[in-house]
Design a protein around this ligand. Structure first.
Ligand code: ZN
Length: 422
């Protein structure tokens, strides 16, 4: 009977969360926080809301432990936008159809939010006393990152969320590597380090291109060079264990799903994303700005990367400036949390490997690592849904999760809370 209740409870809670529109911007995560608060308090779990502004609350709840190492289960309640025109079903319907729950955030990451809440509520109702406090954190503003969510909690309410160990998003996909099933575990992530190119020319009347020097045309040549640029690969200690399982660090030898995991671990990556030039059709722009998303490897400095990027761009009339650099942290592998996740994988699928990866994208794990030195991993096991299918649905249309995977994730989080060693 217990099986049915965890599954149904997680389904119902996820449906409620999906029906609360928390598209960021503007966020409105208080809708989700209050829903979770009502659910958790009903199970006897004490909750606290922390909000920089009233409509963007973060929820923190806790099961008191016996003074051992603390475990934070963190997740974010905001989502990216969704265009209903592109969807088969209403993105805020939370509809259950053919064993899958549909809606924006079903994968990223309201499923994980619901699973963690149900895990905590179930353990609390059982009267479970963990080794150390188990802390449930459902935070705002991960997708935009304007300091309403976990970064703000770390700076303003550190005692409410400080933890020795932490499980977050950023892993759990199942792949087959050299014939052996493997579950990916995010143990490190790249630094989000966008830069801006200001390309200079000379303005003039657009009716006579010959008299001016069009900065937009100049910029297009530089963008082309960035598109053709092959960044230098590096042997990253954080990637070594994974590459050993793979048996090669030549991504061209690998199947697409595995290649998509390996490639980001080898070098920095650049994507030009925003361009701005003249505001008027008949004026040739003297300035064109190009913003590039850029992800550096953990340990790689901006100065090192800049030298390589400038060499690829060549001599031209431009200024190069970093916009910021956030993230790029890693956690060690030989830890009690690693063993707790490994024992789950071993029960789930004997012989399967737990494979540490460097995430290409940024997650809130970075804030826990840098604020408290927390050992932070990204793991939410997915087995029913193919990892390639899931990857294509995140931030895209028709996002949905199989109920089987929602239940699996809930059981995983309960397993970690129960087995984390003293
Ligand atoms: Zn996310």
């Amino acid at each position: 009977m217990a099986t049915i209740s965890v599954r149904d409870e997680a389904t119902e809670l996820l449906q409620g969360l999906l029906r609360a529109n928390t598209v960021n911007p503007p966020g409105n995560e208080t809708l989700a926080a209050e829903l979770l608060q009502a659910y958790l308090e009903d199970a006897g779990v004490e909750c606290e809301l922390y909000a920089k502004v009233p409509e963007r609350a973060n929820l923190v709840a806790r099961i008191p432990g016996r003074g051992g190492p603390t475990l934070a289960l963190i997740s974010h309640t905001d989502t990216v936008r969704a265009d209903p025109e592109e969807w088969t079903l209403d993105p805020w319907s939370g509809e259950l159809r053919d064993g899958e729950i549909w809606g924006r955030g079903a994968l990223d990451m309201k499923s994980h939010v619901a699973a963690a809440a149900v895990a905590v509520a179930t353990l609390a109702r059982e009267g479970f006393v963990p080794a150390g406090d188990v802390i449930f954190v459902a935070s705002a503003d991960e997708e935009v990152g304007e300091d309403f969510g976990l970064s703000w909690l770390c700076a303003n309410h550190p005692d409410s969320i400080r933890a020795d160990y932490c499980v977050n998003e950023g892993g759990g996909d199942r792949l087959v590597i050299n014939g052996r099933p493997a579950y990916l575990c995010g143990t490190a992530e790249k630094m989000s380090s966008p830069f801006i190119l200001r390309v200079h020319g000379r303005s003039g009347h657009a009716s006579m291109p010959g008299i001016a020097d069009n900065a937009l045309v100049r910029a297009s040549r530089l963008i082309q060079r960035l598109a053709e640029y092959q960044p230098k690969t590096r042997d990253l200690p954080e990637a070594a264990a994974f590459l050993q399982l793979v048996g090669t660090n030549d991504p061209s030898e690998l199947d697409p799903p595995l290649r998509a995991v390996v490639e980001p671990m080898l070098a920095h990556a650049i994507s030009p994303t925003i361009i701005e030039a003249s505001k008027q059709t008949n004026v040739i722009p003297a300035l064109c700005t190009v913003v590039c998303d850029c992800r550096l490897l953990p340990g790689e400095t901006q100065a090192e990367a800049e030298a390589e990027i400038r060499a690829a761009l060549g001599e031209d009339n431009y200024d190069f400036a970093w916009v910021e650099g956030v993230g790029g942290t890693a956690s060690p592998l030989d830890t009690p949390l690693w063993r707790a996740i490994e024992s789950f994988v071993d029960e789930l699928e004997p012989g399967a490997a737990l494979a540490p990866i460097v995430n290409a994208g940024f997650t809130d794990s970075h804030f826990m690592r840098s604020a408290f030195g927390t050992v932070c991993y990204g793991f939410f096991p997915m087995r029913a849904m193919d990892s390639e299918v899931a990857a294509a649905l995140i931030h895209s249309a028709d996002e949905r999760i199989p109920v089987d995977d929602l239940e699996l994730g809930t059981r995983f989080l309960m397993h970690v809370a129960r087995t984390l060693e003293e």
